[in-house]
Design a binder for this molecule. Sequence first.
Ligand SMILES: [Zn+2]
Length: 437
Amino acid sequence: MKRTIVEVILALALVGAGFFGWTNWKQNQAATGQVATLKAASEEATKAAADTAGAVKAAETEMAALREEMAPLEGKVQQLEAVKAAMANGTTLADLEAAYKSQKNLSAERQVGLGALRMLTKGADDPAAMDAFRKALQMSELGDRKNTICAAQIGLAAAGEKVAIMAECLSKGAKAQGDKAEKSGHDDKAAEKDGHADSDAKDDGHGKPGDKKAAAKHAGHWGYDGAMGPAQWGKEFPTCAKGKSQSPLDIRGPFVKARVVVTADYKEGPLKMINNGHTIQVNVVPGSKLRVDGVPHDLLQFHFHRPSEEKIDGKPMSMVVHFVHKNAAGKLAVLGVLLKEGNENPGIKTLWTHMPTEEGPEVAPEGVNFNPGNLLPREFDYYSYEGSLTTPPCTEGVRFFILKTTVNVAKEQVNSFPFKLNARPVQALNGREILTN
Ligand SMILES: [Zn+2]
């Protein structure tokens, strides 16, 4: 139990204070007053407090070690302070849940935070904590929110769930913690986790519009040019360099005949968008499906690249939309729709009206619905191949279907996309077959 809480607090600290939403929470909490919601949960919190005080102390010791090693962790240390302060005040889970409930859509980071707080107050085997971690994982694993993924995986592992922790969540600083954990008599290998602090951190208050350096810094360990460009991704995300089935591809013949039938059944739902520092991503409510030979794959999110990552016979298009899906077996499928310069695209017009032009948390404009099907062409002829996520960690085992029919996008629309270049270069085919129907 003690070990668990330490792990979760550390994992939490890695998510980033702004991202996690402590700031909002504290404001919200101040506004609603501390007294009203305390009653029911306060007993439990008091019970947990004895455990928690010890755990916070242990976490503090470990955090002190981390602090020495990594100055950039400072901001995250403040988050630990927030956790401590919250526990000391007798602030309870009920407060946090109430604060979160008043917000419409809970981001992956807040799910992690909620899971962690539940563990702190209700113990390691609280099913709702596990649910929160699972949800966070599902929401973030297809994006590039590495630290959120790590925190959720660590949270689940700490709760006793058999979950693989990504290699990218393990690092030098964490190794030191792991070793210390051994010394202090705990045997949990999950303690070896990412000591990196700045990836995906969303510290409040910096970053001016057009300040690309700041944006790149915020977005974390990778980007699209210079020292953090695609050629360097492999240093931190080995699959990006060593993988043999990487995406995107330059699509050219000879082709193999494809027999798989692909259809999309996308539904309208409330619009939720995030500028994650690497792209504009639209997170989708459950219900939209891609059927691959009848097998349903749930649409999770879609996002944009400029120019298109895929090339056809060596030529890129202005942009591409990647629709990311997952089936019940966990297999990922990406449907790519190439955007070609031409008339204005009404679907994109709606999205661009509401998109956050600066990196930040998810936004959900009041009363705005969107149907992802608005971005699809009528014809569904495709090229298909086995590939990978085109952003770190470049996970393989992703089936790509790139539609042959392009969709229009106006030049002005391309120009107002906040990322000038967010396309990974094409990767080696390495003997893979490209199919076409
Ligand atoms: Zn993509």
